[in-house]
Design a protein. Structure first.
Length: 107
């Protein structure tokens, strides 16, 4: 039996870790869900509606934005956040694929 050659890309692994870490936090999932419900929302509406401190919401939005799960658009003095659906769908697809491969190897 021949061994398969594994090529690891350190940058892609680091990005994947940051992306999964961003999705692993329950409050970030809640914020993503809130943005999804409203399609486009500014930080004031997020922290007022979810009864959170503005600084906490801003920190979590920074993480979500850094991995590409949300995009921003400035309208006057407000920044509106939107879910980046292609990134989210691609990520969920990779997670499902990984989980399916893991289950098939357990047999």
């Amino acid at each position: 039996m021949s061994k398969a050659k594994v090529v690891l890309n350190a940058e892609r692994i680091q990005y994947s870790l940051e992306l999964l870490r961003a999705l692993a936090h329950p409050l970030r999932i809640k914020i993503l869900g809130f943005i999804d419900q409203h399609r486009s929302v500014n930080v004031n509406k997020i922290y007022n509606s979810l009864h959170l401190e503005q600084s906490i919401v801003s920190q979590h939005l920074k993480v979500l934005r850094s991995v590409g799960l949300v995009t921003t658009e400035r309208e006057g003095k407000f920044i509106h956040y939107r879910v980046d659906y292609p990134t989210l769908q691609r990520t969920v697809g990779h997670i499902r694929q990984f989980m399916n491969n893991d289950e098939s190897q357990a047999d």
